[in-house]
Design a protein around this ligand. Structure first.
Ligand SMILES: [Fe+2]
Ligand SMILES: [Fe+2]
Length: 252
């Protein structure tokens, strides 16, 4: 039988070994999380650059997608979403039109009404976007794929690509479709000048319950002053691309 002194030193050695093991595991866990965050950050940066390339096809400044993210976040918060949910939408929304990378410029930049064939081509962009974004298991990119797929669905079921109606359309798509409509109307396009805020707000109100979720439109209109101020502040001082990605570190 071991005497007490030997038992104690045996226990102490076992304890020290256990502490060493736990500390190694902690370090490995930290390193694994750092590596995962870095991969997600790089993935996000690549997709944001692709979204920016798509946005440059019909917006000379590329700031539309930045405004869209911040406006979607503000609207989501005003609709009662949590800070974390709204922040994830801010990061996902800028990728909504990433699928336009697959739409030829003669269709994308056509002034006026599309013919049936052009409409078919244009209506593919949500599907192309969801295909590009939906390959990842990271929640941010899954949300971005959901937004890309549903931002042209309409409350009355007359949208595309799947003709979803009402609450079958995810709330992310219902929020982004409202801010996208307002922001697109109030910016210069290659085929028309920007409309005034008042005209755009009136057009939004007219589409309440047809194109758009009436509850989302009501909240946007109730906070229109704040939304316009936020848009203007981004226009005056747009964040640079690196800031957009840096801002997201540690939030995936
Ligand atoms: Fe779109
Ligand atoms: Fe857009």
């Amino acid at each position: 039988m071991l005497d007490t002194g030997t038992e104690l030193s045996f226990d102490q050695a076992a304890l020290a070994q256990m502490e060493c093991l736990v500390s190694d595991l902690r370090r490995m866990y930290r390193e694994r999380n750092d590596a995962l965050r870095e991969v997600t950050r790089a993935h996000h940066e690549a997709l944001l650059r692709l979204a920016l390339a798509a946005d440059f096809k019909d917006d000379d400044t590329g700031v539309h997608i930045v405004r869209l993210g911040y406006l979607a976040e503000a609207l989501a918060l005003a609709m009662g979403q949590s800070v974390a949910e709204a922040a994830m939408l801010r990061r996902a929304a800028p990728m909504h039109d990433i699928g336009k990378i697959g739409v030829p410029d003669d269709v994308l930049k056509k002034p006026g009404v599309f013919n049936a064939q052009e409409r078919t081509v244009m209506n593919q962009h949500p599907l192309i976007g969801a295909e590009i974004l939906g390959r990842s298991r990271v929640p941010l990119f899954q949300l971005a794929a959901e937004v890309a797929l549903t931002h042209h669905e309409r409350w009355d079921g007359q949208g595309y690509p799947r003709g979803l109606a009402g609450e079958d359309i995810p709330i992310s798509g219902r929020i982004v479709s409202v801010v996208d409509f307002f922001d697109a109307l109030t910016m210069d396009r290659c085929y028309r000048a920007a409309l005034s805020d008042d005209v755009a707000l009136r057009m939004l109100a007219e589409r309440r319950g047809t194109a758009f979720d009436p509850a989302v439109v009501d909240v946007f209109l109730a906070h229109a002053g704040r939304m316009i101020a936020l848009r203007d502040s981004i226009n005056h001082n747009p964040p640079c691309f690196e800031e957009l990605v840096e801002h997201d570190q540690g939030m995936s």
